[in-house]
Design a protein. Structure first.
Lengths: 111, 335
């Protein structure tokens, strides 16, 4: 991806997206804070979930933000990699589960 | 790392806003001391370890240590009723030949007495007795445990150090340290192992408590989170890893005006191993003397002049005001 689209400095602008359409922006950030801060799950567990989702979604901003957050929370590289493997396994599983659709059609159409 | 080189790096960051500018913008400049409650003594720069983040650049090869005369002068200064705490650091304080004598003298003053230990040294034969000396003299032990990952801790402090710290903490626990009702205080210190900031002190303390208890049966009182200050060996790491500009920007972006009022320099005076006085341990390493007319040496201790001195600030001070802030006594914004 070209540097023009994914500049790390863009992340500094993210909190300002609510400068326009501010009602929706404020609601989003309130929801975001509630969803990612400690609740029944710890901040650490949520940061690992967010990191796995960020890699699955291929979001360089979120990967940057949540790798740093995990580091700050004393999450080590093995733990982060395990979380990413969960994401990767889900993607692989999601793909392979769709093979059942292929198999269903093959069984129906074949002789 | 050469002192001039450190100043050149920190002064050459070419940012339009200095730390003094930032304080000015929140009405906190000049930053002044509020009192002197803590006398922090860096009694030796020698250490059994050679950690990659050490701002003092301590190692077994360092020879600087405080003279007995300056230790006596520190005791005289600490007799002032406003000083509640003697905070002994290094290097590894245990490697100072007069530490035991000093602690037994200081213990008679009835002040809070802290020793900052890397803990691993308490397993080495010449220093094993200090765990008992600490217990006998009522010392609060502040032990450094950068993280809960063996790999990360050893990468920062040296091979096998994590396991030695754990073994030393078990021995301190056996003497009552960290155990409720024992009166023996064991606090731990967390440092990020790399170019990032620590998470909240409470979050990490909870994590440390759960895992140290579960994995090793270790108890402790409090966890202090320290932000690594871009000074000494840590500054060298930032430069060599090409993280310096990003880290300094992170510190600036994370500036928290709520932390300013409680930064440690406002209530602390730092005594160098040569008996000179500084606003903090970092200014000591950067050789930034106290502002005039505060006295320059512990032998000339003048409480009134020190308690109203103007603090000398530079760009490294952003590390004490980032996020919840950073202080040897815990996160300033959490107080």
């Amino acid at each position: 991806m070209s540097q023009e689209y994914y500049d790390p400095a863009d992340l500094q602008d993210f909190p300002k997206i609510g400068e326009v359409a501010s009602v929706q922006g404020e609601k989003f950030f309130a929801y975001y804070a509630a969803a990612t801060s400690a609740g029944r799950l710890s901040e650490r567990e949520k940061a690992l979930i967010a990191l796995a989702v960020a890699t699955v979604r291929h979001c360089p901003y979120c990967i940057d933000a949540y790798t740093n957050k995990c580091l700050s929370l004393d999450v080590d590289e093995n733990e982060m990699m395990e979380a990413i493997h969960v994401g990767a396994a889900m993607v692989a599983g999601d793909t392979l589960a769709h093979a059942t659709q292929m198999r269903k059609i093959v069984r129906k159409k074949g002789m | 790392m050469d002192l001039r080189e450190q100043h050149a790096l920190l002064d050459g960051l070419d940012h339009p806003e200095s730390f003094a500018d930032r304080l000015r913008s929140c009405g906190a400049y000049p930053l002044r001391a509020a009192s002197v409650e803590i006398l922090q003594m860096n009694i030796t720069r020698r250490c059994n370890l050679c950690c990659r983040h050490c701002h003092v650049e301590s190692s077994p090869a360092r020879a600087e240590e405080m003279s007995r005369e300056d230790m006596k002068a520190s005791l005289r200064a600490a007799a002032h009723p406003s000083i509640t705490t003697l905070d002994v650091t290094g290097g590894a304080p245990e490697m100072h030949p007069n530490l035991e004598w000093f602690l037994r003298e200081a213990a008679m003053m009835g002040k809070r007495l802290l020793v900052r230990s890397n803990a691993a040294i308490l397993l080495d034969a010449p220093y094993r007795h200090f765990a008992d000396v600490y217990a006998e003299t009522g010392v609060e032990v502040v032990a450094s445990l950068p993280g809960l990952s063996r790999e990360n801790t050893d990468r920062m402090r040296g091979p096998g150090v994590f396991d030695r710290i754990i073994a030393a903490l078990v021995e301190l626990n056996a003497r009552g340290y960290g155990k409720p009702g024992s009166g023996h205080v064991l606090d731990l210190v967390h440092n990020p192992v790399g170019a990032f900031l620590p998470a909240s002190q409470q979050t990490l303390e909870d994590e440390y408590r759960i895992k140290l208890r579960r994995d090793f049966g270790i108890e402790f009182n409090r966890l202090y989170c320290l932000t690594n200050c871009p000074v000494g060996r840590y500054l060298d790491y930032l430069r060599r890893s090409d993280n310096l500009i990003d880290y300094m920007n992170l510190l600036r972006q994370s500036f928290n005006s709520a932390a300013v009022g409680n930064v440690m320099c406002r209530t602390t005076v730092s005594v160098g191993s040569d008996g000179r006085l500084f606003d903090c341990d970092f200014n000591q390493i950067l050789d930034l003397p106290l502002s005039h007319p505060a006295p320059g040496r512990i032998g000339d201790f003048d409480y009134d002049a020190l308690a109203r001195r103007e603090i000398v600030v530079r760009s490294h001070c952003f590390s004490c005001t980032a996020g919840a802030g950073s202080s040897c006594q815990g996160a300033p914004a959490d107080k």
